[in-house]
Design a binder for this molecule. Structure first.
Ligand SMILES: NC(=O)c1ccc[n+]([C@@H]2O[C@H](COP(=O)([O-])OP(=O)(O)OC[C@H]3O[C@@H](n4cnc5c(N)ncnc54)[C@H](O)[C@@H]3O)[C@@H](O)[C@H]2O)c1
Length: 440
């Protein structure tokens, strides 16, 4: 089903009607009387943050929580009760998510479980007719990408991946600058996900793999593509007039994790000798059908500060996130010299942030929300559920951000050979119009 069809009134699998007719004014009323009834599957680190963010936003009722860890459920239930809500029902079995999604008193489901559960849980939620939000990455391979697309199309239940970096204040300002033509015609972009996750995420302090770390033994790929590529998708109008034709991916040796444990426990410790399939750094180059290029780095096991290295350039200028600078031909004061991005941020600030700022610091805790974008994504998801309108990132954009995982794996395994992107829109990228973050 196309996005245009998606906008029309239709019936989901459970007979839930989704329309796009509710007046926009309601979207600006944060405490609208009819709360959106949410269920959350997976209330670990991220799920708990999302729960806190939803409670801070208001306009939601948390009716059910699901996690195989009873303690996590109890923490979530306490958060809801201490915010003045009714204690949500808890589901604790491995397959209990099926019971949660089947509840007829839920409007929407948020999924924040380990990666391999995202697609099956998202599919179950859509089949139950629920608005569905899935943490990143929504899919781990091309088969799962298609499963999500096919289920969304057959049920009509709106589904978005919660790619929060698409909602970053600076990235949205850059999008507005691009749309205003400041960079001219875009032809190149660079992005990365550089984050030392060895002890933050992949492994426990003693070196035992967490669920994420298990993937490093079995795959050699860009395993975490979506944060780097999220904003790039709309900067380059991918899925809306342009489409990635193919990519090539090249991987380094895998030496950083053993080096980390050698420093920590000594060179003869078994953890200093453990082997990984996953390379330290993967560099992928996309070529789009229009002829643009994108360089993407996976870099999540090196000792280094967090970095996304976004840079985008066109026929009239360039934006560089690391320098927080731009150069705009004919506008920047000094020839070939960077100028600060700060005045551009002010001039091109997205109106979504005015809504966030209006909520005030009493409701917004930026420490749990990466400074703000996580509030924006959930605010828009909540509004979409309440008004029965499309979600802010549709299923085609969600899966395109994930396809790179398997495609990079194939390219690396075949000596950096080009690998073609499947067309999840079935040709509609040629006529689809940009929809993300439009104002007014
Ligand atoms: N967007 C972001 O900025 C961001 C940040 C962190 C994590 N994430 C994503 O969030 C997801 C969760 O990551 P995390 O760090 O919270 O992991 P986590 O391990 O802290 O949480 C996962 C939770 O899922 C639960 N779970 C496992 N199997 C389950 C099942 N069958 N049914 C119900 N619950 C089950 C676990 O018990 C755990 O509480 C991942 O996909 C990750 O990529 C996104």
């Amino acid at each position: 089903m196309s996005r245009e069809l998606d906008r029309r009134v239709f019936l989901g699998a459970a007979g839930v009607a989704f329309t796009n007719t509710t007046p926009m004014a309601q979207a600006h009323d944060e405490s609208a009387s009819k709360p959106v009834r949410l269920g959350v599957i997976g209330v670990g680190g991220r799920g708990t943050n999302l729960l806190q963010i939803a409670l801070g936003l208001g306009g939601v009722e948390i009716a059910a929580l699901c996690d195989i860890d009873k303690q996590r459920i109890a923490v979530g239930q306490d958060l809801v009760v201490s915010s003045g809500g009714k204690k949500p029902e808890g589901y604790t079995g491995e397959e209990d998510y099926k019971k949660l999604v089947a509840r007829d008193d839920l409007d929407a489901v948020i999924i924040a479980t380990p990666w391999e559960l995202h697609t099956p849980m998202g599919v179950a939620s859509m089949r139950a007719g629920k608005y569905t939000a899935i943490e990143v990455p929504a899919a781990l391979n091309i088969e799962q990408c298609w499963e999500l697309v096919n289920t969304q199309e057959s049920t009509g239940a709106p589904c978005m991946m919660l790619e929060n970096w698409s909602f970053r204040r600076d990235n949205l300002a850059v999008l507005k600058m691009i749309r205003a033509g400041l960079l001219g015609e875009i032809n190149h972009c660079h992005c990365a996900h550089s984050h030392d996750c060895i002890e933050e995420w992949w492994f426990k302090k003693d070196g035992t793999p967490r669920w994420g770390g298990e993937h490093l033994f079995t795959r050699n790929a860009d395993q975490y593509t979506t944060h780097a590529l999220g904003p790039v998708l709309s900067w380059l109008d991918l899925n809306n007039g342009d489409y990635p034709a193919y990519l090539t991916s090249t991987a380094t040796r895998s030496i950083s994790i053993p080096a980390h444990y050698a420093k920590k426990f000594g060179p003869n410790h078994p953890l200093a000798k453990r082997q990984y399939k996953q390379a330290d750094i993967v560099t992928s180059v996309f070529k789009t059908i229009k002829g643009n290029t994108i360089v993407v780095n996976y870099d999540m096991q090196s000792p280094r500060p967090y970095d996304n290295r976004w840079e985008i350039s066109g026929t009239n200028g360039i934006y560089n996130e690391q320098r927080a600078s731009v150069y705009i031909d004919g506008r920047s004061p000094k020839f070939e010299q960077w100028e600060s991005f700060a005045p551009y941020q002010k001039e091109f600030d997205h109106s979504w942030y005015k809504r966030l700022d209006a909520l005030g610091t009493g409701r917004v805790n930026s420490e749990i929300a990466h400074g703000g974008p996580d509030y924006i994504e959930l605010m828009l998801f909540r509004d979409a559920c309440r008004e029965k309108k499309p979600v802010p990132i549709d299923i085609y954009d969600s899966v395109l951000l994930c396809a790179h995982i398997e495609l990079s794996e194939k390219s690396i395994a075949n000596g950096s050979a080009p690998v073609a992107f499947p067309d999840f829109t079935r040709g509609r990228w040629k006529t689809r119009k940009p929809y993300f973050a439009l104002e007014g």
